[in-house]
Design a protein around this ligand. Structure first.
Ligand code: HMG
Ligand code: MG
Length: 304
């Protein structure tokens, strides 16, 4: 198994996009700063999507500009089309992510177009990004199941991942958007995709709805995948993925990796502070198991 894993932190984007409590631009910037201070070197900080669709991601331009002074980290933002790309570039984006779905049902619900139409929308984005020296990451959602279309064939995932790769995405992040996958299924899907594009250019983006995300990640690491998307505190979800809960918690991923001898460079204490601070703003404790356990231990040690 590889001894190097890259973590792509999703908290400020996927983490907050589905929250009911609005989080101010200042607090979003402080969250990003705290995550970078904890050692996270790649953070998705916002989305240049319709504010009517995802009000929580409004003012992502201010967030991106607000974190531009933070050194030592790479900031990603979602862009669904050229309008989003224009706005992201105007705010200084150097890495953008386009997002497609392996199922027609989710594509329609999420971005209001078919899968094929979404690829047509991404083509000019990727071409302009290439000309501008901007790197593009590609997401494939619903890789292990769709809330509308049910079962998803690994071949459908592999074909779409290959399309995004051929367009020029440097990495393809495979999303178990509704967290229904189990380890052997995850392995089968990753093998199918790995037959089309290098495993070194894949990332796993697993939501933890059914508590399988860590097991699925471990299975994917056995297949050679080296990048993991996770969100501080287990935040996350998508308004267009009914029933889905958060991303796998970054603390849980870090705890597992360190426990099996993979150094992450992440300071758990600082990460916990970042997580607890944002959880405080949202008015509830983090859902991640490690954050819950560490917070309970702190309480015990204070005699509470
Ligand atoms: P549409 O309605 O098809 O687009 O939406 P349109 O071109 O017809 O425009 C409609 C309105 O949206 C217009 O405004 C446009 O100006 C505006 P109006 O005239 O009504 O005032 N608009 C935009 N505004 C800001 N930024 C833009 C933009 N584009 C158009 N870029 C669209 C298409 C994609 C914009 C819309 O459906 C949308 O924003 N959807 C939100 C998608 C989203 O953010 N979903 C959550 C993230 S994906 C996810 O969570 C999965 C992931 O985590 C991986 C996984 O877990 O699997 C990545
Ligand atoms: Mg997601």
């Amino acid at each position: 198994m590889s001894d190097q894993i890259r973590i792509v932190e999703m908290g400020p984007r996927d983490g907050l996009q589905n929250e009911k409590t609005p989080v101010s631009v200042e607090a979003r910037i402080a969250f990003v700063e705290a995550l970078v201070a904890a050692g996270l070197t790649t953070v998705e900080v916002g989305a240049f999507v319709s504010p009517k669709a995802i009000p929580q991601m409004a003012s992502s331009d201010q967030v991106l500009r607000g974190v531009s002074h933070v050194k030592g980290a790479e900031f990603h933002v979602l862009v669904p089309n050229e309008k989003g790309y224009d706005a992201a570039r105007a705010a200084g984006a150097e890495v953008v992510s386009v997002f497609a779905a392996a199922s027609e049902g989710f594509s329609r619900a999420n971005i209001n177009c078919s899968v094929a139409e979404s690829i047509e929308r991404f083509k000019p984005v990727v071409a302009r990004a290439k000309a501008d020296g901007v790197r593009v990451r590609g997401y494939v959602s619903c890789v292990l199941g769709c809330p509308f279309d049910g079962e998803i064939r690994p071949k459908a995932v592999a074909d779409l991942a290959k399309t995004l790769w051929d367009l020029g995405c440097y990495e393809i992040s495979l999303g178990d958007t509704i967290g229904v996958g189990t380890p052997l299924k995850a392995k089968g899907m990753l093998r199918a995709v790995g037959a089309e594009i290098p495993t070194a250019n894949l990332a796993m983006h697993f939501h933890d709805t059914y508590g399988q995300a860590l097991a699925n990640l471990y299975a994917g690491m056995e297949e050679g995948v080296r990048a993991i998307d996770s969100a501080a505190g287990g935040l996350g979800g998508c308004p267009y993925a009914p029933g889905a809960t958060g991303n796998v918690a970054t603390e849980d991923v870090v705890y597992m990796l360190e426990g099996i001898g993979i150094r992450t460079g992440i300071d758990m204490e600082k990460l916990l502070t970042a997580t607890n601070d944002v959880a405080g703003l949202l008015g509830r404790p983090p859902v991640g198991r490690v954050a819950s356990a560490l917070n309970a231990r702190k309480k015990r040690s204070r005699g509470e």
